[in-house]
Ligand binder design. Structure first.
Ligand SMILES: C[S@@+](CC[C@H](N)C(=O)[O-])C[C@H]1O[C@@H](n2cnc3c(N)ncnc32)[C@H](O)[C@@H]1O
Length: 297
């Protein structure tokens, strides 16, 4: 007796025709690239809107991402090479509007083609870019010539600093907490290390958002950049010194001075702008600094 055709029997290969024939390594790499593309889209959209969307780690560690390790590595590497990848696409001009709508996936795949593991490139989007591999490699070669460098590593440094993702910094307020304890707490959740030049400064990966972190809210840690944190360290004040901060609000350097002086001595903090005096007062209070004399003009 003839078997009754089940629905879909007539078109068994209409959906994802090649996936059954993929090895498990190829399938897992294919999924990792698509999951990476989703994470990358969230990050790049956040950057475009100047909105913090969470660290790469927190996005990758959401329950919907299956292959977390591969996805994390792929997103980080693609972001590292992104200025080169974008330039290669621009020069090669191979993307139709269909593929431009999936540009994050294109970035991820091109990273694998040019710098990663080309051996596991199965999938339609991958097939499309592999067909253009010669053009893409020629575009990379042109880029090296144009930038007058021999290697891709030199190419990376030739990009403007503003094109590259920057680390985030946070200064430990040693009036409230020591650096070792804060490192211990942050390490549970973030990749963090201590700055070599400013000892109470911590370095976090680009896009880490600590605004709502309890240590920030409590004033144990201040979100302060490296340049700003170097000022008080360069002065090197000792306990019992008297220091004038002539342009003080919002007060980040003022309270950093207080921490370096271990709360002893006097800091005369001057501020011209009445509205900003309030912010200065708030910063001083949050930091728990008691050695500061505010002078509002
Ligand atoms: C760039 S902000 C200072 C940032 C601050 N040092 C910090 O690290 O948080 C400059 C501040 O100096 C204040 N200011 C400018 N001229 C001033 C003056 N002649 N006397 C006192 N404050 C002044 C401004 O109102 C402004 O709040």
């Amino acid at each position: 007796m003839a078997r009754k055709k089940a629905q879909g029997d007539t078109k068994p290969s209409a959906k994802k025709p090649n996936q059954n024939r993929l090895s498990s390594a190829e399938r897992s790499a294919l999924f990792a690239r698509r999951e990476s593309a989703k994470v990358l889209r969230t990050i790049l959209q956040g950057d475009a809107r100047r909105q913090a969307v969470g660290s790469i780690k927190s996005l990758v560690y959401s329950p919907s991402v299956r292959n977390k390790r591969a996805t994390y590595a792929l997103v980080c590497q693609t972001l590292k090479y992104l200025p080169v990848i974008k330039d290669v696409f621009h020069t090669a001009n191979v993307l139709s509007s269909k593929w431009k709508r999936q540009e994050e996936l294109m970035y991820i795949i091109l990273y694998d083609i040019l710098f990663g593991q080309e051996a596991l490139l199965a999938g339609d989007a991958e097939k499309f870019l592999l067909q253009k591999k010669d053009v893409l490699q020629a575009a990379l070669a042109k880029l090296l010539v144009r930038k007058k460098v021999k290697h891709v590593s030199d190419l990376m440094t030739s990009y403007k600093f503003s094109d590259l993702p920057k680390p985030r910094y946070a200064r430990v307020n040693t009036l409230k907490m020591d650096v070792e304890s804060s490192l211990f707490e942050f390490k549970e959740q973030y990749e963090v290390c201590q700055d070599a030049m400013v000892p109470d400064l911590l370095i976090f990966p680009p896009r880490t958002d600590l605004h709502d972190h309890p240590l920030v809210k409590s004033g144990s840690v201040f979100l302060q950049g490296k340049a700003s944190s170097m000022v008080a360290v360069a002065l090197g004040p000792k306990p019992r010194w008297e220091v004038i901060d002539a342009c003080a609000a919002p007060g980040n350097k003022t309270v950093h001075l207080a921490a370096l002086m271990k709360g002893n001595g006097k800091i005369i903090a001057c501020e011209l702008n009445k509205e900003r005096v309030k912010r200065l007062k708030d910063t001083v209070e949050l930091a728990g600094a008691t050695s500061i004399l505010l002078i509002a003009f």
